[in-house]
Design a protein around this ligand. Sequence first.
Ligand code: CAO
Length: 432
Amino acid sequence: MSVEREVRLPDIGDFENVDVIELLVKPGDRVEAEQSLLVLESDKATMEIPAPFAGVVKALKVGVGDKVSEGALLAIMAVEDASEAATPAASAQPTLRGEEKEKEKEEEEKEEKEELAPADLAPYSASGAPIRAHASPSVRRVAREFGVDLALVPGIGPKGRIVQEDVQGYVRAVVAQRGAAAVPIAGVSVAAPVEIDFAKWGPTELAPLNRVRRVASANLHRSWVTVPHVTQHDEADVTELEAFREANKEEAAARGAKLTFLPFLVKACAKALHEFPHFNASLDHTGENLILKRYYHIGVAVDTEHGLVVPVVRDADRKGLFELAAELAELSARARERRLRPEHLQGGTFSISSLGGIGGSAFTPIVNHPEVAILGVSRMAWKPVWREGTFVPRRLLPLSLSYDHRVIDGADAARFITRLAALLGDLRRILL
Ligand code: CAO
């Protein structure tokens, strides 16, 4: 005889009110334990929620577009194995009582109303027009305490809502710039965006940015305005590397990995970072100390149809080329299928953005805050190189290193990229 069991949302880290974006099963479906039931999309990642036990889906209690937090009732399942059913699921959480739920709803509605009402401290744009920042009263209170003008804070919450983390990040960024003086970022405020009716000049279409793009946009903007960027360019002679890669492609394929440039780049970067610790670092929240990291977790920008994401390869210095190739393939597949989990996106110490598979000869990547440097890679090309009195054809790989000039001097950047080019030019140097 089967028993009915509730499936509740397990602990998914520091996320709340996460959107349900896809249902992977329907009532009547038989599912195995650990089989994915639905997909959630948070600010930072999409997550598949697995069934805690095997059974038949009796009812789904959420739909696409609903928002859920830890403990939310997701589904009812009929479980045949009575012993399994008797074991409380690790993810089970007590249900909120009706009364509490009602109270919570009232509070939420109250907050929403207050949020939309003009606040006493409504910030003003550069043009003098009031800006209605979307933030809850508690976030406004925190902003008031720190004297933060909410109009200047990019919000990462739904519909650009400013959450407490945004205010804290903003304060940290301002404090980090105090070396020069306590100059608020208001000093770089620009004219408020003007609403333009583009349809006056021809047909238009409104395409809302998805959450991945909105979060990336807020992070890139923050980095752009708070990090003094410089980009150093160079070319690595990868003629021998390319021959080695060609020679080992088959073996890699036999092991289920595709040997592109990327694993070589990750490996060479890990070695260079080991030799140049300032590049594998972050400024602390005071902006007065550098935190040197003794681990080498390399983020790799992956272009997906939903936007740019940067999954992280952990301990790249300790992995071989085949292992790196397999892991990179797995991470980029996860990114494209929206299966990255928060842990895949955290802890990076340096990033690589490779556009070489697409084209281009150079670009200026934006530092992935709180890291201090990022490597951009463009398309390898045959070029004539002057050697011993004659031009010889060599394969050159363009490298573009952007760095935070508060932490890294130009001379060090030139040394770093020269070393990186040397490592790529002769892989044996990685072993030295
Ligand atoms: N020069 C010439 N060819 C290159 C190359 C380069 N610099 N880099 C890759 N290639 C080749 C690969 O070797 C592969 O060729 P083969 O099939 O003959 O081996 C082909 O291009 C396709 O490579 P790939 O793109 O499938 O694999 P990758 O490991 O090079 O890159 C990934 C993986 C995830 C980085 C890539 O797919 C991607 O998403 N790149 C875009 C990143 C991005 O958007 N950055 C911008 C961030 S800022 O907006």
